[in-house]
Write a protein that binds this ligand. Structure first.
Ligand SMILES: Cc1ncc(COP(=O)(O)O)c(C=O)c1O
Length: 355
């Protein structure tokens, strides 16, 4: 990996963790499936899951900018937060390993799933392999108090720790997705596509907020970017996203106007963050059996389910093209074997049913 610090979006310092642009891929198998339901749209996938480090995923875009600033400021240790199965934690662990930075993950029990695979497999296993120090807090304890004490201990031991907030969703982190918006815009223009909708999962909001900021910066209509909230209700998520769009635009130097349209829906949230839903399972299965591609059960699976729901409710016109942002996270699937696996127990031999 080239760990040199370069100039990225709007001249902010960046370590290139992405390489060249991620692919924009047409999903003809999904289109065929939808046609049989009477839905005639073009479906494209932005393959953010194919980013080249730590198993890939959206958090790398943010870490490019966050880690550049951390290294430039002379830090040698990173502390960040996440749930037990956080993809952000896994990718921070991988990037720290590649940059030879000590990594501390403060992992909280956000989800009421106590199975062995949820607690120990998936991202949690990968964090160990990447050599991160995982601090798993008991349910209900304060991550802020723990992290403050941890940072004090690290300073006392002569380290220079930096703290990355949950999900890396700061204005600096969101710039990674403003840059991605410009990348999508350029790819669409080369391919002669005019997306009527862009769908993305929304957890800590940095991905959607960055996309909106970047789309706004290039004079696109931010109203086409629809987020599916997977952590909290739509109203709170929308406020959080709008605030982050404003602060990101301000940070880039484009004024801090509150964007007119920030579209966030919580129709796919289900019982709670990280709890599977029937529509997420259908979405996962549909993409797996039409394209041979994997979604994750917490973020992209619920957002893809939301996309299907919007199409089935006629939200796009015949002939429209839409883009689904595949944000990665498939490693989380291995935490859900005992929670989710039985859904497919009796289905051997039915592989073709979504084609
Ligand atoms: C796979 C995946 N998709 C989407 C998201 C949501 O991104 P954000 O937190 O920027 O809203 C996350 C966040 O952890 C994620 O891991």
């Amino acid at each position: 990996m080239d760990s040199s610090i370069q100039h990225g979006f709007a001249d902010f310092s960046r370590i290139n963790l992405i390489g060249t642009a991620t692919p924009l891929q047409r999903a003809t198998g999904v289109e065929r499936h939808l046609r049989r339901e009477g839905i005639e749209v073009g479906v494209y996938l932005k393959r953010e899951d194919l980013t080249p480090l730590g198993g890939g995923g959206n958090k790398l875009r943010k870490l490019q900018y966050l880690m550049a600033e951390i290294l430039q400021s002379g830090h040698d240790t990173v502390v960040t937060f996440g749930g037990i199965q956080s993809n952000h934690a896994r990718l921070t662990a991988a990037v720290c390993a590649a940059l030879k930075v000590e990594c501390h993950l403060v992992l909280t029990q956000e989800v009421e799933i106590d199975t062995v695979d949820y607690q120990h497999n998936g991202n949690r296993l990968l964090n160990q392999i990447f050599g991160a120090n995982s601090h798993v807090l008991p349910r209900g304890s304060s991550k802020k108090i723990f992290a403050d004490e941890l940072v004090e201990r690290l300073f006392a031991a002569g380290k220079r720790p930096a703290v990355i907030p949950t999900g890396g969703s700061t204005p600096l982190g969101a710039i990674g997705y403003a840059e991605c918006a410009a990348e999508i815009s350029a790819q669409a223009s080369v391919a002669g596509l005019n997306f009527k909708r862009i769908i993305v999962p929304n957890g800590s909001s940095g991905t959607q907020a960055g996309l909106i900021a970047g789309w706004t910066a290039s004079n696109g209509d931010p109203g086409i970017i629809h987020g599916f909230a997977v952590m909290e209700g739509a109203e709170r998520c929308k406020v959080q996203t709008s605030d982050l769009v404003s602060s990101t635009l301000d940070f880039i130097g484009l004024g801090s106007a509150v964007p007119a349209s920030v579209n966030v829906s919580d129709t796919q949230l289900g019982a709670a963050y990280g709890q599977p839903t029937a529509s997420m399972r259908e979405a996962l299965q549909l993409l797996a059996r039409t394209e041979g591609l994997l979604l994750d059960p917490v973020y992209s699976g619920k957002a893809f389910a939301g996309m299907l729901d919007q199409l089935r409710h006629g939200e796009l016109a015949a002939g429209d093209d839409l883009l689904f942002v595949m944000t990665g996270g498939v490693h989380g699937l291995f935490a859900y074997q005992s929670t989710l696996g039985s859904a497919w127990d009796d289905e051997a031999g039915e592989v073709g049913d979504s084609n």
